[in-house]
Design a protein around this ligand. Sequence first.
Ligand SMILES: Cc1cc2nc3c(=O)[nH]c(=O)nc-3n(C[C@H](O)[C@H](O)[C@H](O)COP(=O)(O)O)c2cc1C
Length: 191
Amino acid sequence: MRKPADTSVDLHPVLAERWSSRAYDVNATIGADDLTAILEAGRWAPSAMNGQPWRFMVAHRGDKAFETIIGTLNGFNKVWTPNAIVFIAVLARMTNEDGSPRPTALYDVGLAAAMMTVEGHHRGYNIHHMSGFDHDAFTSSFGLTSDLAPIAILAVGKQVSADQVANEAVRERELAGRERLPLTELVIQTH
Ligand SMILES: Cc1cc2nc3c(=O)[nH]c(=O)nc-3n(C[C@H](O)[C@H](O)[C@H](O)COP(=O)(O)O)c2cc1C
């Protein structure tokens, strides 16, 4: 299903066509090159002082880690994610070696996630970001050190049509329109 962005001028097709689906093909797989390309896109994101505070954890459907991640998700996310091909958990190094904070870590990590999203959609996958998970449970399940914060989990899947979704709530969300604030509200005019 397509839900192109309603824009005042044309965007790059990948940007216009990207959206966060929840209807994934349970039999889909991902090629090693495609997965590597998505991770490379994150790796080559810009970051303050080239600090690269992002870390990525990849868990394939069928792996123990995949089930562990599903166990940390909130109720609704648990429903639609099992058909994802892989989860990419995006983590941030929030501090420097000396313990001082990295003030732009979240910004940098968000950029890496955005770059991965664009590369993934360009390659025919749908990437759906999630912050709806128990961050403490994630940290303890994977024994993360205290300087590494789990920020988001990216579900990577192959989209199928909404009528193939059995769960009614998921199907409803799949068919819902996409909305944004108008540009006039987002752009603060300067004089
Ligand atoms: C940081 C972040 C966290 C999100 N968390 C969730 C989530 O836990 N569950 C979910 O179904 N969608 C989640 N989303 C998806 C958003 O709801 C979605 O991007 C937004 O509604 C805009 O829709 P679009 O991506 O289709 O344009 C998240 C998106 C972002 C960027």
